[in-house]
Ligand binder design. Structure first.
Ligand code: SF4
Ligand code: SF4
Length: 289
């Protein structure tokens, strides 16, 4: 690879010092819960915490897979913490969060891929915060999708999200262990079980994909009934991760959003700093949740 591309001016971190932001940080420390917001140093953290949105990572911080774009540590995870759902629910209630995203590492070591743990978290949050909307951002449950989806469908979230991350040509390089068609079918199979729950997926740009490949993925998503889309810029988390092949300009993201709406997505969030959970509350609203 050549020298690293210089970050353009539109990639910049917004810093917020609002009181609600500080309160969220304090409470998280006390509950020893992991948020993607903090751990991935998400550039939107001030805005999201300030508005009552956060993304929690359950089931530990060691992943059974090793995707070269991701800086989550690889290793043998601990068994699920039976207290975690309760701790999560207490934290969500204490912070009066309006919208929570629950996600996890891949747990290929668990027979249900961690689905029962997701369901327990959904039940616990609903019991304490019935007005809070819950989105799950799930792993692909490969090899156990039927079992996992049956479990999730019994305690459905308000939004079911699973990211395709990139175009199929780059899967072997960027998502070894995953399968493009499987991920599409996971979203479709959930939809078949819970037709009233919108489905959502996301892509990162900058891993070597072409614009035409991105449009093909968007069409595939629509063909599998997916309602909501996020598209953001890939940023290399550490020097050892996959390099950034291009920075997509804001105007190009705007064009993509228009193309997504023309394809029938109920909501498309596209922009350099868009993450899977960015403006998740607004997206859900647009999709009728
Ligand atoms: Fe957290 Fe997602 Fe908001 Fe980033 S975009 S701060 S990960 S909720
Ligand atoms: Fe990261 Fe998810 Fe890949 Fe695990 S499966 S390495 S958490 S992207």
């Amino acid at each position: 690879a050549g020298p690293a591309l210089r970050k353009p001016d539109w990639i910049r971190v917004r810093v917020s010092q609002s009181e609600s932001f500080r309160e969220v940080k304090r409470t998280l420390r006390e509950a020893s819960l992991h948020t993607v917001c903090e751990e991935a140093s998400c550039p939107n953290i001030g805005e999201c915490f300030g508005k009552g949105t956060a993304t929690f990572m359950v089931l530990g911080d060691l992943c059974t897979r090793r995707c070269p774009f991701c800086d989550v540590a690889h290793g043998r995870p601990q068994p699920p913490d039976p207290q975690e759902a309760q701790h999560l629910a207490e934290t969500v209630a204490r912070l009066r969060l309006k919208y929570v995203v629950i996600t996890s590492v891949d747990r290929d070591d668990l027979r249900d891929g961690g689905a029962a743990h997701f369901a327990a978290c959904i039940r616990a949050v609903r019991a304490q915060s019935p007005g809070t909307q819950i989105e799950v951002l799930t792993p692909d449950f490969r090899g156990r999708a039927e079992v996992a989806l049956d479990i999730l469908a019994a305690d459905p979230p308000d939004v079911m999200n699973h990211n395709l991350e990139t175009v199929p040509r780059l899967y072997r390089q960027a998502r070894p262990g995953a399968d493009y068609l499987h991920s599409l079918q996971l979203l479709q199979s959930f939809r078949a079980r819970c037709p009233d729950v919108p489905t959502k997926s996301g892509l990162m740009l900058g891993l070597g994909e072409t614009d035409d490949e991105v449009l093909d993925v968007m069409r595939d998503l629509r063909h599998h009934g997916v309602d909501m889309l996020t598209v953001g810029q890939y940023l290399q988390p550490r020097p050892g991760n996959l390099p950034v092949e291009r920075y997509v300009a804001p105007a190009q993201f705007e064009t993509l959003a228009q193309q997504a709406r023309a394809m029938g997505f109920a909501h498309a969030a596209c922009g350099p700093l868009v993450r899977s959970s960015y403006h998740a509350d607004r997206q859900a609203h647009a999709a009728g949740v």
